[in-house]
Design a protein around this ligand. Sequence first.
Ligand code: NAG
Ligand code: NAG
Ligand code: NAG
Ligand code: NAG
Ligand code: NAG
Ligand code: NAG
Ligand code: NAG
Length: 296
Amino acid sequence: MESNFLVVFPFPLMLLTIITIFFSLTSSQPIDSKSDQDALLAFKRSIKNGALSNNWLTNTSICDWTGVSCGSKHGRVTSLNLTGFGLEGNLTPHLGNLTFLQSLDVSSNSLTGVLPAELSKLQRLQEINAASNNLSGEIPRSIFTNMSVLVEIDVSNNKLSGGLPGDMCSNTPKLRRLILRENQIYGNIPMSIDKCREMEELSLSTNRFNGNIPIGIGNLSMLTLLSMYENHLQGNIPSSIFNISSLESMYLFSNRLSGNIPSKLNNLPNLRELYLYENNLEGTFNNFEPSTLSIF
Ligand SMILES: *[C@@H]1O[C@H](CO)[C@@H](O)[C@H](O)[C@H]1NC(C)=O
Ligand SMILES: *[C@@H]1O[C@H](CO)[C@@H](O)[C@H](O)[C@H]1NC(C)=O
Ligand SMILES: *[C@@H]1O[C@H](CO)[C@@H](O)[C@H](O)[C@H]1NC(C)=O
Ligand SMILES: *[C@@H]1O[C@H](CO)[C@@H](O)[C@H](O)[C@H]1NC(C)=O
Ligand SMILES: *[C@@H]1O[C@H](CO)[C@@H](O)[C@H](O)[C@H]1NC(C)=O
Ligand SMILES: *[C@@H]1O[C@H](CO)[C@@H](O)[C@H](O)[C@H]1NC(C)=O
Ligand SMILES: *[C@@H]1O[C@H](CO)[C@@H](O)[C@H](O)[C@H]1NC(C)=O
């Protein structure tokens, strides 16, 4: 057998075959899922209170690790869900090496430090949920400008500060839920926010936003929730907002908004809650349409 093989495949060709096999082995899945494992182990090391110490052991496949899900074909990590795991520590930049990650949920832990900019390397990431932690610093600009399939960002109830980039939404056309509630984010709401045309829930409440509400928000025709209460917003409520027929809830209370509010809300058939108190607005509604609407 063996000598026949050698006759059919002369030595140089056989060497080439071996080299080819060697390279195809080293560049395929085992090595790539090794880099997923390295990234997860780096995250485990960055959790200081041992919340993962009895999990994520290297004698089992990463795809069997608690909170980890893999794609069935390639065995790469596609989702990480560690909500409510009692994690104390940081979000390591190594998470940016989980190339196939689509969903990251680390909400309701006690994570500190920053949201690493490396997350924006994840070009398949659709959902980032880091709500209810103690994260601080700015939300990296690249998260708002470089993640073309992102659908949801929820970083509510943290200690994030800084401003939003002036060109946000320029390359995140699929963003539907932007939940920044209860942080310390300041500055203007960027005009470019109207480029997130599929936005459904926009919650910027309990922050330090100032300036005017951008007129372009009236062009977000899929919006169901518009929440900007407890900020320092001023100027008029752009009248185009009262034309977003999909709107169900609008919370603008506790700002410095002024000007007149329209007396009829005929173009808001789905609106159920409208909170405008603690502003300097003028006018009264004389036509409650629909009658189920609550105005405060
Ligand atoms: C993996 O190792 C741990 C201890 O290090 C042991 O308790 C566990 O049973 C092992 N699991 C498997 C599947 O071998
Ligand atoms: C994570 O798991 C919890 C239940 O443990 C679930 O409610 C939540 O929706 C999951 N997150 C994602 C992004 O699927
Ligand atoms: C993973 O990411 C870290 C930090 O971003 C980097 O230093 C490291 O070289 C990466 N490792 C691999 C295996 O790609
Ligand atoms: C955040 O830190 C404060 C102390 O600075 C602490 O009281 C609070 O419980 C922490 N929150 C979480 C979710 O860890
Ligand atoms: C932006 O995305 C590209 C891939 O589309 C990636 O190579 C690059 O590292 C990302 N830039 C940042 C700053 O994350
Ligand atoms: C927003 O809508 C108005 C009409 O209501 C239109 O004139 C304007 O061009 C739209 N803006 C964008 C950026 O599409
Ligand atoms: C609101 O819509 C009505 C028609 O439904 C239109 O006449 C009006 O110009 C719109 N107003 C704004 C501010 O977009």
